[in-house]
Design a protein around this ligand. Structure first.
Ligand code: NI
Length: 179
């Protein structure tokens, strides 16, 4: 078991577009295992590789009793019905804001054996999938907020997190689910 450090807002890797994975091998699976350990300790419902400093296209979800790995994930369909709900992010602890996203999606990705799968998701699982794929594209949930609200929240967050550095070691004391 290895718990990885989580990169925080301000770390450049969170703004990188992660690279496609070409080989699904034991090395990747060991990294994914570490991602699961990290997400569990941090009480997360999702985690993208960028968040642990690796700009490769892999993310994991653990929401509403659905636990799965997404390698090179793509959203191939999105519902026109959208829903607003509060989101948080393990890379921006203690900041929460409402984000509007399609309520249901169809995902295509590879599993840990490198096999393609397709799944439909709605509600919180669909939201977490979209949030994690955004991470792989260098996008954060705060990017969806209005400029004024974002500036205010980021300013306040930076003030509260001064001196924390660009990474943190997760501890199992985080009550609110985030991804
Ligand atoms: Ni996040």
């Amino acid at each position: 078991m290895a718990v990885l450090d989580i990169h925080l807002l301000g770390s450049p890797v969170l703004r990188e577009r992660a690279e496609e994975i070409t080989v699904v091998d034991d090395e990747l699976r060991a990294f994914i295992d570490d991602m699961y350990d990290t997400m569990q300790v941090a009480s997360g419902i999702g985690l993208a590789a960028n968040q642990v400093g690796v700009a490769r296209r892999v993310a994991i979800i653990d929401a509403e009793q659905q636990t799965f790995t997404m390698i090179n994930p793509r959203i191939v369909e999105s519902s026109s019905v959208k829903e607003a709900a509060e989101e948080g992010c393990l890379s921006i602890p203690d900041m929460f804001a409402e984000v509007t996203r399609p309520n249901s999606i169809v995902l295509e990705a590879l599993n840990e054996q490198g096999e393609p799968y397709r799944m439909e998701a709605s509600g919180l699982v669909a939201r977490a999938i979209q949030h994690e794929i955004d991470h792989l594209d260098g996008v954060l949930f705060i990017d969806y907020l209005g400029a004024m609200k974002r500036t205010l929240l980021v300013k306040r967050w930076k003030k509260d997190n001064q001196g924390e550095g660009l990474t943190r070691t997760p501890t199992p004391e985080e009550p609110e689910p985030a991804s």
